[in-house]
Ligand binder design. Structure first.
Ligand code: GAR
Length: 192
């Protein structure tokens, strides 16, 4: 199963996927390409480290969405990789229905809350400020309904009185690093 990763920043979840692949924990899934919408993003440094092509692609002038030319650039470049699965690992851009429809084989997204609670930006901060006692992370199928597609799997993270926002962030990220490779491995089995 050919996997293309899109990410905007640190890339710790892309790194977790690549490490799982290296350790033989990703089933038949193989990351074939990383694209980022930020030229300086750390996620791009994973390419040389893991021998996977990694490339900045210009998304256009907007901060949180594509313009028509940017979307076309992404669709064309991703299609060239012939992916069976597109993984959004910290890709901070809203996708229009035309982008989602371009990849009927499937796009999945990782989100740092137990959806449908706390969609959108700063999900960990939202959960922290609301005072919930359990939060977590979600992998869901991407539809044009932002953070609203069918849920594939979730991991729960309890918030204890000892937690700070920093320890909570670390716990949610650790849960994500376990959940995403598990889901991709499972999907690779289904697609085999
Ligand atoms: C992750 O926590 C991911 O869930 C979140 O961005 C972070 C990326 O971290 N995604 C969203 O909030 C999407 N709505 P990473 O670059 O270290 O993988």
């Amino acid at each position: 199963m050919r996997v293309v990763i899109l990410g905007s920043g640190r890339g710790s979840n892309a790194e977790a996927l690549l490490a799982a692949q290296q350790e033989g924990r990703l089933g038949d899934a193989r990351v074939v390409q990383i694209f980022s919408d930020h030229a300086e993003a750390r996620i791009l440094s994973l390419g040389p480290r893991f021998c996977v092509p990694a490339e900045f692609l210009d998304p256009g002038p907007f901060k949180t969405k594509f313009d028509a030319a940017g979307e076309e650039r992404y669709v064309r470049a991703i299609r060239k990789c012939a992916p069976d699965l597109v993984v959004l690992a910290g890709f901070m851009r809203i996708l229009r229905p035309s982008f989602v429809d371009a990849f009927p084989q499937g796009i999945i997204n990782l989100h740092p809350s137990l959806l449908p609670s706390f969609p959108g930006l700063d999900a960990i901060g939202q959960a922290w400020r609301r005072g919930v006692k359990i939060t977590g992370c979600t992998v869901h199928r991407v539809t044009s309904d932002v953070d609203g597609g069918p849920i594939i799997d979730q991991a729960a993270v309890p918030i204890t009185p000892e937690d700070t926002i920093e320890t909570l962030e670390a716990k949610v990220h650790a849960a994500e690093h376990a959940l995403l490779p598990t889901v991709v491995a499972r999907l690779s089995g289904l697609n085999a």
